[in-house]
Design a protein around this ligand. Structure first.
Ligand code: PRX
Length: 633
């Protein structure tokens, strides 16, 4: 169902609120179901228990592949652009992708993977990652993709939490000029887990890797004789499709669970509407499949729509800062979807790398992952969209599975830096801190959703109670997003950012507690406190205050060591941008760290620190301000 104009939007929105079951039922009927569903929706936000399309059974890959193979087998499904522009890329038609997926599904089966088993995918952006995702779905195995920038320890935690019995990985990865030893990281992770029985390794870089007999096998050898015939496993609508770990406000990442039927319906519906995809368009999302954006808008959404989706292995700044634009021109990309941090980083390189390219194939450009600041929005609009491409500033979360609030190009209006209106089917509301609904416009509040949508998170793997506590207990009867938002006089939303102890670094969610736990692994650290602060490129940077247990001779050497500890515990993305060694942290009399004060200092603003005299240790504030690199003296 594609919404084409404003009346259409309004009618659909109204229908979706008045009769959600009819609204979603009609959309769901456009898919192939092995068995029709009996009930569109059954829900309560108390337990919470949310079930979509119960009684129905399906396989998402039949909807991504088989039905398109029937109608347009030779249409390009995936275009892959390698890290090095001088290397050969790759294109798979729907027929070819189908063959790859079925073959690899048979490989998984041969190695004992059955419906319900968890399979960890730890791979860089090679097209085989998309194949592995779909192959799992084909046989009903639950994929848990772990972003290949996470450290061995983080990977081990995720493998262990989901008890994955098989891992699919690569020998190495190319990222710009770097070559990363992926298999070595997997080996280290696996040495910390008991559950892994097999590792399948795709050869990408040809670097030497050690292969453990009986346990490790090569992708290319396994695929040689694998049959392309693999019937799609029949899945109940509410069977698990995948787990994706994301950070929360406690130290332990949460395994967000999405299920087959609802996720299929919503990822397709949101993709076609937000990008206004037309049959021959080339669509490109620059995210990594290791994040939800890659799941929903590189793999599932586009393939469900029978689209051509581009996958890029490299980074925006290599060989130079024109790489994104070179790719747009090379493949005549029509829809381009990226993150504000990438826009800001490219903006800082000046206009020369942009001016070399025409970019005239672009029709819609998008932004996701964090609030986009006005300057970046205007630059994107002027130099990339050339004032003719609607910018879709899409707000959503790992837990929502798909885009929730976003302009619909040429249908709803655009306001710079605003995600604007909810898609039909989505019912956002703003609450004040006491949980009262703010009904007027031109207000600010806590963003909640009051009615389920098909791709809402169903549970946190192994911890349903945490799901309830995190999202459904702060405000009874509502899904709480953890974000604050404004609503303008026209009812359009602008997302301000997180209101919990989660920071958003370059569009990646990071729990402050998680980073603190990593820092505290350094043997000299007594205590640490991590806060976010405004960062020109990353949106938010990580600022860590650390108390060591001894006199530090060389602060820089200590800081380097702490950084290395964080890299090992989580990965390079979690390394603090600023580390300040302190002798104490401001605390309340009950011993709680006053993060508000630390956040103010980190943002360089000490004009509104408030009354610090009631602190347990008021003098420490002066000391911290004195030594903070953010405070101009
Ligand atoms: O704070 C919001 C921010 O990213 C958070 C979700 O992060 P994650 O689950 O990693 O998913 C990122 C990709 C969907 C949200 O709670 N966020 C996401 N999109 C936007 C945004 N903030 C402002 N504007 C957006 N368009």
């Amino acid at each position: 169902m594609q919404i084409r104009n404003w009346d259409d939007y309004q009618n659909n929105y109204q229908k979706s609120v008045e009769d959600p079951e009819k609204f979603w039922g009609e959309i769901a009927d456009q898919f192939i179901w092995k068995k029709p569903y009996k009930k569109v929706l059954d829900w309560d936000f108390e337990t919470p228990s949310i079930k979509w399309f119960e009684g129905g059974s399906l396989n998402i890959t039949e909807n991504c592949l088989d039905r398109h193979v029937k109608t347009h087998p030779n249409k390009k499904a995936i275009i892959w652009e390698p890290n090095d522009p001088n290397d050969d890329g790759l294109t798979w038609t729907y027929q070819e992708l189908y063959n790859e997926v079925c073959s690899f599904a048979n490989v998984l089966k041969k190695h004992g993977v059955v419906k319900g088993d968890r399979v960890c995918l730890y791979m860089p952006m090679v097209p085989q990652l998309a194949v592995a995702v779909l192959a799992c779905a084909r046989i009903g195995a639950v994929h848990s993709v772990v972003f290949a920038g996470f450290s061995a320890q983080s990977l081990a935690d995720r493998i262990d939490d989901a008890k994955c019995k098989l891992i699919v990985t690569t020998d190495g990865a190319f990222r710009g000029q770097k070559e990363i030893p992926i298999k070595g990281i997997v080996d280290e992770a696996v040495s910390k887990c008991d559950c892994v029985e097999k590792i399948i390794v795709f050869k990408r870089t040809e670097q030497y890797v050690s292969m453990t007999a009986q346990r490790d096998v090569w992708w290319h050898e396994e695929m040689e004789n694998a049959s392309t015939d693999c019937p799609a496993e029949e899945m109940e609508s509410e069977d698990m499709l995948f787990i994706l770990y994301t950070s929360g406000s406690t130290g332990k990442p949460k395994g967000v669970v999405h299920t087959c039927g609802g996720y299929m319906v919503y990822s397709h519906y949101s993709f076609t509407n937000v990008f206004q995809y037309e049959a021959d368009d080339i669509y490109w999302c620059t995210a990594d499949i290791g994040w939800i954006t890659g799941h929903s808008y590189i793999v599932y959404g586009p393939l469900l729509a029978g689209a051509t989706t581009l996958m890029f292995e490299g980074i925006p700044t290599w060989p130079d800062a024109g790489r994104f634009w070179a790719i747009c021109d090379k493949y005549k990309v029509n829809q381009f979807y990226t993150a504000p941090t990438a826009i800001r980083s490219l903006m800082s390189k000046g206009l020369e790398p942009v001016a070399r390219y025409s970019l005239n194939s672009l029709k819609v450009i998008g932004s996701v992952g964090e609030p986009i600041n006005e300057e970046a929005w205007r630059w994107y609009n002027t130099y990339i969209g050339k004032n003719k491409c609607p910018i879709v500033d899409t707000w959503w979360q790992t837990e929502t599975g798909g885009i929730m609030i976003s302009p619909i190009p040429n249908v709803t209006d655009i306001r710079p830096t605003y995600a604007t209106y909810p898609l039909p089917g989505i019912q956002p509301i703003l609450l004040d801190k006491d949980g009262n609904e703010i009904k007027e416009n031109n207000v600010e509040g806590l963003l909640c959703i009051k009615f389920p949508w098909p791709s809402i998170v169903r549970t946190l793997y192994g911890d349903h109670e945490r799901l309830k506590q995190t999202y459904f207990s702060t405000f009874k009867g509502y899904y709480f997003t953890g974000d604050g938002a404004k609503r303008d006089t026209q009812g359009r939303y602008r997302i301000i950012g997180r209101v919990d102890d989660v920071i958003n670094v370059s569009g990646h969610r990071m729990g402050t507690a998680e980073v603190e736990n990593a820092i505290n692994e350094h043997p000299w650290v007594v205590e640490s406190a991590v806060v976010g602060y405004p960062h020109d490129i990353k949106g938010q940077g990580i600022y860590a205050y650390i108390i060591p247990d001894r006199h530090i001779e060389s602060e820089q050497a200590f800081i380097d060591e702490v950084n290395e500890t964080v890299r090992k515990e989580i990965g390079p993305i979690a390394k603090p941008d600023i580390i300040q060694v302190v002798s104490g942290l401001p605390k309340t009399r009950s011993g709680k760290i006053m993060r508000r004060i630390l956040r103010k200092i980190a943002s360089g603003d000490i004009s509104t620190l408030g009354d610090t005299s009631t602190l347990l240790n008021p003098d420490i504030v002066e000391e911290i301000i004195e030594k903070s690199p953010m405070i101009k003296k």
